[in-house]
Write a protein that binds this ligand. Sequence first.
Ligand code: PMP
Length: 415
Amino acid sequence: MEAPVKNTELIDTAKLREEFPILRQKLNGKPLVYFDNAATSQKPLSVINAVTEYYETINSNVHRGIHTLSEKATEAYENSREKARSFVNAESTNEIVFVKGTTDGINLIASSFGNMTVGEGDEVIISEMEHHSNMVPWQNLCRQKNAELKYIPVNDDGELMMDEFRSMINEKTKLISVVYISNTLGTVNPVKEIIEIAHSHNIPVVIDAAQAAPHLKLDVKDLDCDFMAFSGHKMYGPTGIGILYGKEKHLEAMPPYQFGGEMIKSVSFDKTEFNILPYKFEAGTPNISGAIVQGAAVDFIEKLGHENIHNSEMKLLEHANNLFEEIGGIRIIGTAKNKTSVISFIVEGVHPYDTGSILDNLGIAVRTGFHCTQPLIEQRYKLPGTVRASFAVYNTTGEIDLLADGLKKIKKMFL
Ligand code: PMP
Protein backbone atom coordinates (compact mmCIF):
# COMPACT_ATOMS: atom_id res chain seq x y z
CA MET A 1 0.00 0.00 0.00
CA GLU A 2 1.28 3.45 -0.89
CA ALA A 3 1.36 6.42 1.45
CA PRO A 4 -1.85 8.45 1.29
CA VAL A 5 -1.89 11.15 -1.36
CA LYS A 6 -3.72 14.35 -0.59
CA ASN A 7 -2.18 17.36 -2.21
CA THR A 8 -3.35 17.30 -5.77
CA GLU A 9 -3.88 21.03 -6.30
CA LEU A 10 -1.04 22.16 -8.51
CA ILE A 11 0.53 19.02 -9.82
CA ASP A 12 -1.36 15.74 -9.99
CA THR A 13 0.81 14.14 -7.33
CA ALA A 14 -0.95 10.76 -7.41
CA LYS A 15 -0.25 10.49 -11.12
CA LEU A 16 3.27 11.82 -10.74
CA ARG A 17 4.08 9.22 -8.09
CA GLU A 18 3.32 6.46 -10.59
CA GLU A 19 6.46 7.59 -12.39
CA PHE A 20 8.58 6.80 -9.31
CA PRO A 21 8.59 3.00 -8.82
CA ILE A 22 10.74 3.19 -5.69
CA LEU A 23 7.99 5.03 -3.83
CA ARG A 24 5.68 2.01 -4.12
CA GLN A 25 7.65 -0.10 -1.70
CA LYS A 26 7.19 -0.75 1.99
CA LEU A 27 9.99 -0.26 4.50
CA ASN A 28 9.80 -1.94 7.88
CA GLY A 29 6.28 -3.00 6.96
CA LYS A 30 5.22 0.62 6.38
CA PRO A 31 4.75 2.58 3.15
CA LEU A 32 8.00 4.36 2.35
CA VAL A 33 7.90 8.08 3.07
CA TYR A 34 11.00 9.54 1.48
CA PHE A 35 12.00 12.86 3.01
CA ASP A 36 15.73 12.79 2.30
CA ASN A 37 15.51 14.58 -1.01
CA ALA A 38 18.17 17.17 -0.18
CA ALA A 39 20.65 14.27 0.02
CA THR A 40 19.46 12.74 -3.23
CA SER A 41 16.13 12.69 -5.00
CA GLN A 42 14.38 9.62 -6.37
CA LYS A 43 14.31 9.07 -10.14
CA PRO A 44 11.35 9.02 -12.51
CA LEU A 45 10.89 6.25 -15.07
CA SER A 46 11.93 8.60 -17.89
CA VAL A 47 15.36 8.90 -16.23
CA ILE A 48 15.62 5.20 -15.29
CA ASN A 49 14.62 4.12 -18.80
CA ALA A 50 17.07 6.53 -20.40
CA VAL A 51 19.94 4.61 -18.75
CA THR A 52 18.81 1.30 -20.26
CA GLU A 53 18.08 2.90 -23.60
CA TYR A 54 21.57 4.36 -23.79
CA TYR A 55 23.27 1.03 -23.07
CA GLU A 56 20.89 -0.94 -25.28
CA THR A 57 21.15 1.30 -28.31
CA ILE A 58 24.06 3.75 -28.58
CA ASN A 59 26.73 2.85 -26.01
CA SER A 60 30.01 4.01 -27.51
CA ASN A 61 32.82 6.41 -26.70
CA VAL A 62 32.29 10.08 -27.58
CA HIS A 63 34.29 12.51 -29.73
CA ARG A 64 36.49 9.65 -31.00
CA GLY A 65 35.41 7.17 -33.64
CA ILE A 66 33.91 8.20 -36.91
CA HIS A 67 31.67 5.12 -36.74
CA THR A 68 27.93 5.60 -36.52
CA LEU A 69 27.46 4.51 -32.92
CA SER A 70 30.12 6.88 -31.70
CA GLU A 71 28.52 9.68 -33.68
CA LYS A 72 25.15 8.90 -32.13
CA ALA A 73 26.57 8.83 -28.60
CA THR A 74 28.43 12.09 -29.26
CA GLU A 75 25.28 13.72 -30.60
CA ALA A 76 23.24 12.64 -27.55
CA TYR A 77 26.03 13.80 -25.21
CA GLU A 78 26.22 17.21 -26.87
CA ASN A 79 22.40 17.49 -26.98
CA SER A 80 22.39 17.06 -23.26
CA ARG A 81 25.00 19.81 -22.92
CA GLU A 82 22.68 22.06 -24.90
CA LYS A 83 19.81 21.17 -22.52
CA ALA A 84 22.02 22.09 -19.57
CA ARG A 85 22.92 25.38 -21.26
CA SER A 86 19.29 26.23 -21.72
CA PHE A 87 18.46 25.00 -18.17
CA VAL A 88 20.79 27.63 -16.66
CA ASN A 89 20.30 30.17 -19.48
CA ALA A 90 23.99 30.33 -20.36
CA GLU A 91 25.17 32.12 -23.48
CA SER A 92 27.06 29.21 -25.00
CA THR A 93 27.66 25.48 -24.56
CA ASN A 94 31.37 26.42 -24.29
CA GLU A 95 30.43 27.52 -20.77
CA ILE A 96 28.98 24.13 -19.76
CA VAL A 97 31.41 21.55 -18.40
CA PHE A 98 30.28 18.06 -17.42
CA VAL A 99 31.71 17.19 -14.02
CA LYS A 100 31.01 14.47 -11.43
CA GLY A 101 28.85 16.72 -9.29
CA THR A 102 28.89 19.92 -7.24
CA THR A 103 31.92 18.83 -5.22
CA ASP A 104 33.91 18.07 -8.35
CA GLY A 105 32.84 21.38 -9.94
CA ILE A 106 33.93 23.44 -6.93
CA ASN A 107 37.23 21.55 -6.70
CA LEU A 108 37.83 22.34 -10.37
CA ILE A 109 37.23 26.06 -9.75
CA ALA A 110 39.38 26.12 -6.61
CA SER A 111 42.26 24.20 -8.21
CA SER A 112 42.29 26.08 -11.48
CA PHE A 113 40.70 29.53 -11.14
CA GLY A 114 41.37 29.79 -7.39
CA ASN A 115 44.98 28.85 -7.83
CA MET A 116 45.56 31.57 -10.43
CA THR A 117 43.48 34.24 -8.67
CA VAL A 118 44.38 33.95 -5.00
CA GLY A 119 47.87 34.75 -3.73
CA GLU A 120 49.68 35.22 -0.44
CA GLY A 121 47.92 37.63 1.91
CA ASP A 122 44.70 37.63 -0.21
CA GLU A 123 41.26 36.85 1.16
CA VAL A 124 38.43 34.54 0.05
CA ILE A 125 34.90 34.95 1.42
CA ILE A 126 32.41 32.12 1.91
CA SER A 127 29.64 31.84 4.52
CA GLU A 128 29.09 29.98 7.76
CA MET A 129 26.29 27.95 6.17
CA GLU A 130 28.38 26.37 3.41
CA HIS A 131 28.27 22.65 2.74
CA HIS A 132 31.69 21.06 3.35
CA SER A 133 32.15 20.87 -0.42
CA ASN A 134 32.04 24.66 -0.67
CA MET A 135 34.25 25.08 2.38
CA VAL A 136 37.04 22.49 2.45
CA PRO A 137 38.36 23.26 -1.09
CA TRP A 138 38.68 26.95 -0.10
CA GLN A 139 40.27 26.09 3.25
CA ASN A 140 42.78 24.00 1.35
CA LEU A 141 43.49 26.71 -1.24
CA CYS A 142 43.92 29.39 1.43
CA ARG A 143 46.24 27.17 3.45
CA GLN A 144 48.37 26.46 0.36
CA LYS A 145 48.50 30.14 -0.59
CA ASN A 146 48.83 31.59 2.87
CA ALA A 147 45.61 33.47 2.26
CA GLU A 148 42.75 34.10 4.68
CA LEU A 149 39.31 32.49 4.48
CA LYS A 150 36.52 34.65 5.91
CA TYR A 151 32.99 33.54 6.73
CA ILE A 152 29.85 35.65 6.29
CA PRO A 153 28.04 35.22 9.62
CA VAL A 154 24.55 33.72 9.84
CA ASN A 155 21.85 35.13 12.15
CA ASP A 156 19.61 33.08 14.47
CA ASP A 157 16.99 32.68 11.72
CA GLY A 158 19.58 31.24 9.38
CA GLU A 159 20.01 34.27 7.14
CA LEU A 160 23.28 35.75 5.91
CA MET A 161 24.20 38.97 7.72
CA MET A 162 24.52 41.24 4.73
CA ASP A 163 25.89 44.33 6.53
CA GLU A 164 28.72 42.22 7.92
CA PHE A 165 29.30 40.83 4.43
CA ARG A 166 29.62 44.34 2.99
CA SER A 167 32.14 45.33 5.63
CA MET A 168 34.25 42.19 5.06
CA ILE A 169 35.11 43.14 1.49
CA ASN A 170 38.38 44.98 0.95
CA GLU A 171 41.12 45.26 -1.66
CA LYS A 172 42.52 41.87 -0.56
CA THR A 173 39.26 40.02 -1.39
CA LYS A 174 39.89 37.96 -4.53
CA LEU A 175 36.96 35.56 -4.65
CA ILE A 176 33.55 34.92 -3.08
CA SER A 177 31.74 31.57 -3.06
CA VAL A 178 28.29 31.13 -1.55
CA VAL A 179 25.49 28.64 -1.46
CA TYR A 180 22.26 29.57 -3.26
CA ILE A 181 20.01 27.45 -1.01
CA SER A 182 21.29 25.99 2.27
CA ASN A 183 20.86 22.21 2.44
CA THR A 184 20.57 22.43 6.23
CA LEU A 185 18.51 25.57 6.82
CA GLY A 186 16.55 25.81 3.59
CA THR A 187 17.47 29.50 3.34
CA VAL A 188 17.37 30.97 -0.15
CA ASN A 189 20.26 33.44 -0.09
CA PRO A 190 20.17 36.84 -1.84
CA VAL A 191 22.80 35.71 -4.32
CA LYS A 192 21.93 38.34 -6.91
CA GLU A 193 22.59 41.08 -4.38
CA ILE A 194 25.82 39.38 -3.27
CA ILE A 195 27.00 39.22 -6.88
CA GLU A 196 26.13 42.88 -7.49
CA ILE A 197 28.07 43.96 -4.42
CA ALA A 198 31.03 41.73 -5.32
CA HIS A 199 31.12 42.92 -8.92
CA SER A 200 31.12 46.56 -7.83
CA HIS A 201 34.54 45.63 -6.37
CA ASN A 202 35.51 43.48 -9.40
CA ILE A 203 35.38 40.28 -7.36
CA PRO A 204 34.23 37.07 -9.09
CA VAL A 205 31.51 34.97 -7.47
CA VAL A 206 30.95 31.20 -7.41
CA ILE A 207 27.44 29.91 -6.69
CA ASP A 208 26.85 26.48 -5.17
CA ALA A 209 23.49 25.66 -6.72
CA ALA A 210 23.28 22.01 -5.56
CA GLN A 211 20.01 22.63 -3.71
CA ALA A 212 18.73 25.36 -6.01
CA ALA A 213 18.72 23.23 -9.18
CA PRO A 214 15.68 21.09 -8.20
CA HIS A 215 13.68 23.99 -6.72
CA LEU A 216 14.34 27.24 -8.59
CA LYS A 217 14.75 28.43 -12.15
CA LEU A 218 18.49 28.94 -12.55
CA ASP A 219 19.51 31.92 -14.63
CA VAL A 220 23.23 32.62 -14.83
CA LYS A 221 22.66 35.63 -17.09
CA ASP A 222 20.24 37.28 -14.74
CA LEU A 223 22.42 36.53 -11.71
CA ASP A 224 25.60 37.39 -13.63
CA CYS A 225 27.51 34.83 -11.53
CA ASP A 226 31.01 33.91 -12.67
CA PHE A 227 30.63 30.20 -11.88
CA MET A 228 27.82 27.90 -10.82
CA ALA A 229 27.94 24.20 -9.90
CA PHE A 230 25.21 21.64 -9.29
CA SER A 231 24.64 17.86 -9.24
CA GLY A 232 22.34 15.72 -11.36
CA HIS A 233 21.30 13.37 -8.57
CA LYS A 234 19.55 16.06 -6.50
CA MET A 235 17.39 17.08 -9.47
CA TYR A 236 15.89 13.68 -10.36
CA GLY A 237 18.95 12.74 -12.44
CA PRO A 238 21.69 10.14 -12.03
CA THR A 239 24.60 10.14 -9.60
CA GLY A 240 28.12 10.81 -10.83
CA ILE A 241 27.19 13.68 -13.11
CA GLY A 242 27.01 17.41 -12.51
CA ILE A 243 27.22 20.68 -14.36
CA LEU A 244 29.78 23.40 -13.96
CA TYR A 245 28.91 26.71 -15.57
CA GLY A 246 31.72 29.22 -16.01
CA LYS A 247 31.85 32.50 -17.92
CA GLU A 248 33.71 31.85 -21.14
CA LYS A 249 36.34 34.52 -20.43
CA HIS A 250 37.25 32.78 -17.16
CA LEU A 251 37.26 29.25 -18.61
CA GLU A 252 39.46 30.46 -21.50
CA ALA A 253 41.97 31.97 -19.10
CA MET A 254 42.03 29.01 -16.71
CA PRO A 255 44.55 26.15 -16.91
CA PRO A 256 43.12 22.61 -17.20
CA TYR A 257 42.23 20.80 -14.00
CA GLN A 258 43.13 17.30 -15.17
CA PHE A 259 45.28 16.11 -18.03
CA GLY A 260 45.01 13.21 -20.48
CA GLY A 261 42.83 12.18 -23.41
CA GLU A 262 39.92 14.30 -24.70
CA MET A 263 41.32 17.57 -23.28
CA ILE A 264 44.04 17.85 -25.92
CA LYS A 265 44.13 19.23 -29.44
CA SER A 266 47.53 17.79 -30.34
CA VAL A 267 50.30 16.03 -28.46
CA SER A 268 53.95 15.61 -29.38
CA PHE A 269 56.83 14.24 -27.31
CA ASP A 270 57.77 17.84 -26.50
CA LYS A 271 54.55 19.61 -25.82
CA THR A 272 50.76 19.48 -25.77
CA GLU A 273 48.20 21.88 -27.16
CA PHE A 274 45.02 21.89 -25.12
CA ASN A 275 41.58 21.43 -26.60
CA ILE A 276 39.00 24.18 -27.04
CA LEU A 277 36.21 24.79 -24.51
CA PRO A 278 34.55 23.00 -22.91
CA TYR A 279 36.64 19.87 -23.70
CA LYS A 280 39.74 21.40 -22.10
CA PHE A 281 38.09 20.55 -18.77
CA GLU A 282 36.79 17.09 -19.66
CA ALA A 283 39.87 14.87 -19.49
CA GLY A 284 39.40 11.14 -20.08
CA THR A 285 36.29 9.23 -21.07
CA PRO A 286 33.47 11.18 -19.44
CA ASN A 287 30.39 9.81 -17.71
CA ILE A 288 28.65 9.47 -21.07
CA SER A 289 25.51 7.72 -19.90
CA GLY A 290 25.25 10.05 -16.88
CA ALA A 291 25.53 13.14 -19.04
CA ILE A 292 22.94 11.89 -21.54
CA VAL A 293 20.50 10.77 -18.82
CA GLN A 294 20.96 14.13 -17.09
CA GLY A 295 19.20 15.55 -20.14
CA ALA A 296 16.17 13.40 -19.29
CA ALA A 297 16.18 14.90 -15.76
CA VAL A 298 16.19 18.41 -17.23
CA ASP A 299 13.23 17.42 -19.44
CA PHE A 300 11.38 16.04 -16.40
CA ILE A 301 11.75 19.31 -14.46
CA GLU A 302 10.91 21.52 -17.42
CA LYS A 303 7.82 19.50 -18.23
CA LEU A 304 6.49 20.04 -14.72
CA GLY A 305 7.51 23.70 -14.75
CA HIS A 306 9.60 25.49 -12.16
CA GLU A 307 6.75 27.58 -10.88
CA ASN A 308 4.48 24.55 -10.36
CA ILE A 309 7.27 22.72 -8.58
CA HIS A 310 7.94 25.71 -6.35
CA ASN A 311 4.29 26.28 -5.50
CA SER A 312 3.71 22.61 -4.75
CA GLU A 313 6.76 22.38 -2.50
CA MET A 314 5.89 25.59 -0.66
CA LYS A 315 2.49 24.09 0.18
CA LEU A 316 4.29 21.10 1.69
CA LEU A 317 6.55 23.34 3.74
CA GLU A 318 3.60 25.38 4.98
CA HIS A 319 1.75 22.21 5.95
CA ALA A 320 4.78 20.91 7.87
CA ASN A 321 5.30 24.24 9.64
CA ASN A 322 1.64 24.34 10.72
CA LEU A 323 1.69 20.76 12.02
CA PHE A 324 4.97 21.25 13.87
CA GLU A 325 3.55 24.30 15.58
CA GLU A 326 0.41 22.37 16.56
CA ILE A 327 2.46 19.51 18.05
CA GLY A 328 4.66 21.91 20.06
CA GLY A 329 8.09 21.24 21.56
CA ILE A 330 9.74 21.15 18.16
CA ARG A 331 12.53 23.61 17.50
CA ILE A 332 12.99 24.50 13.86
CA ILE A 333 16.54 25.44 12.87
CA GLY A 334 16.30 27.81 9.94
CA THR A 335 13.38 30.20 9.94
CA ALA A 336 14.50 32.56 7.18
CA LYS A 337 11.86 34.65 5.45
CA ASN A 338 12.93 33.26 2.10
CA LYS A 339 13.01 29.49 2.46
CA THR A 340 12.59 26.40 0.38
CA SER A 341 11.16 22.99 1.25
CA VAL A 342 13.79 21.90 3.77
CA ILE A 343 12.91 21.71 7.45
CA SER A 344 15.63 21.03 10.02
CA PHE A 345 14.39 20.45 13.53
CA ILE A 346 14.94 18.99 16.95
CA VAL A 347 12.27 17.40 19.12
CA GLU A 348 13.14 19.19 22.37
CA GLY A 349 14.82 16.78 24.80
CA VAL A 350 15.31 14.00 22.23
CA HIS A 351 18.62 13.34 20.48
CA PRO A 352 18.28 13.76 16.69
CA TYR A 353 19.62 10.21 16.15
CA ASP A 354 16.83 8.77 18.33
CA THR A 355 14.23 10.77 16.42
CA GLY A 356 15.73 9.63 13.11
CA SER A 357 15.88 5.94 13.94
CA ILE A 358 12.33 5.82 15.34
CA LEU A 359 11.06 7.58 12.22
CA ASP A 360 12.96 5.02 10.14
CA ASN A 361 11.12 2.23 11.97
CA LEU A 362 7.93 3.95 10.90
CA GLY A 363 9.08 3.90 7.25
CA ILE A 364 9.97 7.59 7.20
CA ALA A 365 13.41 8.41 5.75
CA VAL A 366 14.87 11.62 7.17
CA ARG A 367 18.48 12.72 7.52
CA THR A 368 20.06 13.21 10.93
CA GLY A 369 23.37 14.76 11.93
CA PHE A 370 25.40 17.65 10.57
CA HIS A 371 24.24 17.39 6.94
CA CYS A 372 27.84 18.11 5.83
CA THR A 373 27.65 21.51 7.56
CA GLN A 374 29.40 20.60 10.79
CA PRO A 375 30.74 24.10 11.61
CA LEU A 376 27.25 25.58 11.17
CA ILE A 377 25.54 23.04 13.42
CA GLU A 378 28.26 22.54 16.00
CA GLN A 379 30.01 25.90 16.22
CA ARG A 380 27.34 28.38 15.13
CA TYR A 381 24.19 26.75 16.58
CA LYS A 382 25.91 24.64 19.27
CA LEU A 383 23.80 21.59 18.49
CA PRO A 384 24.67 17.87 18.37
CA GLY A 385 22.91 17.63 15.00
CA THR A 386 19.41 18.11 13.62
CA VAL A 387 16.76 16.00 11.97
CA ARG A 388 16.11 17.14 8.43
CA ALA A 389 13.02 16.50 6.36
CA SER A 390 13.42 17.74 2.79
CA PHE A 391 10.52 17.60 0.37
CA ALA A 392 10.42 16.98 -3.35
CA VAL A 393 7.68 17.49 -5.88
CA TYR A 394 6.33 13.92 -5.45
CA ASN A 395 5.83 14.28 -1.69
CA THR A 396 2.36 14.79 -0.28
CA THR A 397 0.69 16.48 2.65
CA GLY A 398 -0.52 12.97 3.60
CA GLU A 399 3.08 11.92 4.07
CA ILE A 400 3.72 14.97 6.23
CA ASP A 401 0.76 13.91 8.37
CA LEU A 402 2.53 10.57 8.89
CA LEU A 403 5.68 12.42 9.95
CA ALA A 404 3.64 14.48 12.41
CA ASP A 405 2.06 11.29 13.84
CA GLY A 406 5.55 9.84 14.25
CA LEU A 407 6.77 12.94 16.08
CA LYS A 408 3.78 12.79 18.44
CA LYS A 409 4.67 9.16 19.24
CA ILE A 410 8.29 10.12 19.88
CA LYS A 411 7.23 12.89 22.24
CA LYS A 412 5.06 10.44 24.18
CA MET A 413 7.90 7.91 24.38
CA PHE A 414 10.54 10.33 25.61
CA LEU A 415 8.74 13.04 27.54
N1 PMP B 1 26.40 21.86 -1.78
C1 PMP B 1 25.22 21.65 -1.22
C2 PMP B 1 24.42 22.83 -0.75
C3 PMP B 1 24.73 20.36 -1.07
O1 PMP B 1 23.54 20.15 -0.51
C4 PMP B 1 25.51 19.26 -1.54
C5 PMP B 1 25.03 17.83 -1.37
N2 PMP B 1 24.45 17.56 -0.16
C6 PMP B 1 26.73 19.54 -2.12
C7 PMP B 1 27.15 20.84 -2.24
C8 PMP B 1 27.61 18.43 -2.66
O2 PMP B 1 27.00 17.80 -3.72
P1 PMP B 1 27.60 16.43 -4.30
O3 PMP B 1 27.77 15.53 -3.12
O4 PMP B 1 26.56 15.95 -5.25
O5 PMP B 1 28.90 16.76 -4.94
